[in-house]
Design a protein around this ligand. Structure first.
Ligand code: DOR
Length: 454
């Protein structure tokens, strides 16, 4: 573990990070980073001095990750998570910004509810934040009038909560009227319902992936791509899970118009092994599938068919997950383990650390049109993670910071961990300790005047 000299007072107006290996998607260079008033002022070999200093020799400096899909359950389901616990888990995992989903209680479907959520976040969040607005079949005015959001979220299949638009005519109406990005949970509700009837009464959790079949995912994705093309509307397909969709998107995806993402669990966990190991704790929507889907998704990410990564961090309490198949809710935590799991892939030679920066930091920022984030360069916000690529730790239930207190990766030995996380120039996490005197801020999206992002 390298020596890290770090300020005791965590709120600083200027700071130098010395001797870091600064990583972007295209290169890695040894450099000092000068930060002033929350922004990066200079990166290089003679950046001058500052009030505080971190000696980062032996550490890599990565831009903070942006997790564009989390469920932090606030307001309304704080026994599972809240914006404080979720954002602390994020900070510990090197995630310096997140976009939270609207299936809270109440659902975030109006400007007023959005304003309330942003209020709560300003008091509780340790890292930076943005919030999706949730689509219903009759809130078009709200969807288009709400300000500074990553986009509109549509659930085309039922998952946790009541948000659902299963009638394709209602989905088309939203595509046809407005400009901002639409992010979709892409599974076909009618196909799922038909499969459900076939597996009625099943006690085998592995049937989850048969009920929420690959066909259901592909049918919905095909429809959405048609909608995006027809209305030239920016579409982001959330958490892709099938080889079929990778192949379809390889042929049909239009760069700049259509994008998609991958969650680590959809290529690191697999059926049948992880259903046997985890039971209902492996249940999520869309589901964990077989290794052949996982391999195609990984290939799709490496090829660029899949643009970025996300976690779909969706915590539920143990009590809820211990219910039998059919009653247990779907979803698993992941925001804190995203970056370590991916650094571990790099350490194992499956990708480069530069790729990790591309998928977790640069691409989500570009896709959603976020201002001044995702790079360690002059003028960008000082959201920086110092990682120790040599550090090895075992993920343990109860040692992570999500309220749910469990992880599908319990017992996995992982090499490559964040040791210091800076948000807007302030150290918020260091070696297991949090500094929450200064809170995160709402991220700013470009192109909002046109009602769009990205
Ligand atoms: O498994 C899931 N859980 N998928 C979702 O889309 C929602 C999430 C949740 O909120 O629990």
């Amino acid at each position: 573990m390298p020596v890290v000299k770090c300020p005791q007072q965590m709120k600083t107006s200027s700071m130098v990070i010395r001797n870091a290996l600064v990583v972007s998607s295209s290169d890695t260079q040894s450099a000092d980073i000068l930060i002033r008033n929350g922004r990066i002022e200079a990166v290089g070999s003679a950046v001058g001095s500052a009030d505080e200093e971190i000696d980062a020799r032996g550490l890599h400096a990565l831009p903070g990750a942006l997790d564009p899909q989390v469920h932090f359950r606030d307001p309304g389901m704080q026994w599972k998570e809240d914006l404080e616990s979720g954002s602390r888990a994020a900070a510990a995992g090197g995630v310096t910004a997140f976009f939270d989903m609207p299936n809270t209680v109440p659902n975030t479907t109006t400007r007023e509810l959005m304003a309330e959520k942003k209020q709560i976040a300003s008091r509780k969040c340790l890292v930076n934040y943005g919030f999706f607005i949730g689509a219903t079949s009759d809130n078009l005015t709200e969807l288009n009038a709400v300000e500074n959001v990553p986009g509109i979220k549509i659930f085309m299949a039922a998952s946790t909560g009541s948000l659902l638009i299963s009638d394709r005519r209602d989905v088309e109406h939203i595509f046809a009227n407005g400009k901002r990005l639409i992010a979709v949970h892409s599974e076909d509700q009618a196909i799922i319902e038909a499969n459900k009837a076939q597996y009625a009464g099943s006690t085998n959790v592995e049937d989850h992936m048969r009920i929420r079949s690959a066909d259901a995912a592909l049918a919905s994705t095909r429809f959405l791509v048609e909608m995006a093309r027809k209305y030239e509307r920016r579409l982001h397909i959330l958490h892709l899970t099938t080889r079929d969709e990778v192949e379809y998107l390889r042929a049909e995806k239009i760069a700049g118009l259509i994008s998609t993402e991958l969650c680590p669990q959809h290529f690191l966990l697999k059926a049948p092994d992880d259903y046997e190991r985890l039971g209902t704790y492996a249940q999520m929507n869309p589901p964990i599938r077989t290794a052949e889907h996982g391999a195609a998704l990984w290939q799709g990410l490496k090829d660029g068919v899949i643009d970025c990564m996300a976690t779909d961090h969706a915590p539920h309490s143990r009590e809820e997950k211990d219910k039998p198949f059919g009653e247990a809710p779907a979803g698993m935590p992941g925001v804190e383990t995203l970056m370590p799991l991916m650094l571990h892939q790099a350490n194992q030679g499956r990708c480069r650390v530069n790729d990790v920066v591309k998928w977790l930091c640069e691409k989500p920022v570009q896709l959603y049109g976020v201002q001044a984030k995702g790079r360690i360069a002059p003028g960008f916000d000082a959201d920086i993670v110092l990682v120790d690529l040599k550090q090895t730790k075992t993920i343990r239930d109860g040692q992570l910071h999500s309220k749910c207190n469990w992880s599908p990766y319990n017992g996995w030995e992982i090499q490559g961990w964040p040791v210091i996380t800076l948000v807007n120039g302030n150290v918020v996490f260091r070696d297991g300790e949090f500094f929450d005197e200064v809170k995160g801020r709402e991220v700013v999206f470009r192109n909002q005047s046109e009602g769009g992002s990205g």
